[in-house]
Ligand binder design. Structure first.
Ligand SMILES: *[C@@H]1O[C@H](CO)[C@@H](O)[C@H](O)[C@H]1NC(C)=O
Ligand SMILES: *[C@@H]1O[C@H](CO)[C@@H](O)[C@H](O)[C@H]1NC(C)=O
Length: 189
């Protein structure tokens, strides 16, 4: 009896919190480690969010891409300077290294079966790092200047497997094939 009512009390106390967290949007998210971003967007697939600060005078974009992921998986976010879609993407990828630390690096996607090894991109990238917290992976980086920051194609992706510190292919299910869009770094939310 006593434990039954305790369980009910616990559930009633917890459920508003659960509702709150599932409804949480990017604008109410706060980063640890004193990072803050003026703009953000909740992406429609793969439980992903992009946060950024755009500095018009330098053309630099400081960003954080975060997405739900297991500790064995990988996440990636990319700008495609030429077209919508995967091939040609200038990507940032992150995963947990076999040594336990989070690893993030740029990689350029040149085919539909790319080897996601570190590489250079068609624009500058600096200050890249990653963290894993609350079942989310986050990539932090500073990009740019870009040729055009007002309209870019972007693509985001996730996969469940990393082998010998190399992210492996992603599922071909609808969310993983629909995770592309256009973005203006000048917009605020
Ligand atoms: C893990 O490996 C990466 C890549 O080789 C390296 O940059 C990083 O410093 C290593 N971390 C630890 C804790 O050894
Ligand atoms: C990039 O990292 C360097 C060294 O940690 C730091 O001084 C600089 O402020 C960072 N730049 C940005 C735009 O965050």
């Amino acid at each position: 009896m006593a434990s039954g009512s305790l369980a009910i009390l616990f559930f009633c106390t917890l459920s508003p919190l659960l509702l709150l967290s599932s409804a949480q949007t990017c604008s109410s998210f706060s980063f640890t480690s004193k990072r803050s971003y003026t703009s953000c967007i909740d992406l429609p697939y793969l439980e992903a969010h992009l946060h950024w600060n755009y500095t018009p005078s330098t053309g630099k974009i400081s960003l954080a891409y975060r997405a739900k992921q297991s500790s064995q998986g990988w996440i990636a976010w990319a700008i495609n300077p030429s077209r919508a879609g995967m091939v040609g993407s200038q990507a940032l990828v992150a995963f947990r290294n076999t040594n336990g630390s989070m690893t993030a690096y740029p990689t350029s996607i040149t085919s539909y079966s790319p080897s996601l090894l570190p590489g250079s991109l068609s624009f500058q990238v600096s200050n890249i790092s990653a963290e894993y917290l609350d079942n989310e992976m986050t990539i932090f980086a500073v990009l740019g200047p870009l040729e055009d920051a007002t309209t870019v194609y972007h693509v985001w992706q996730a996969g469940s497997t990393v082998l010998n510190n190399i992210p492996q292919g992603h599922p071909l299910s609808p969310p993983n094939l629909q995770s592309t869009g256009t973005l203006s770094f000048l917009s605020k939310k």
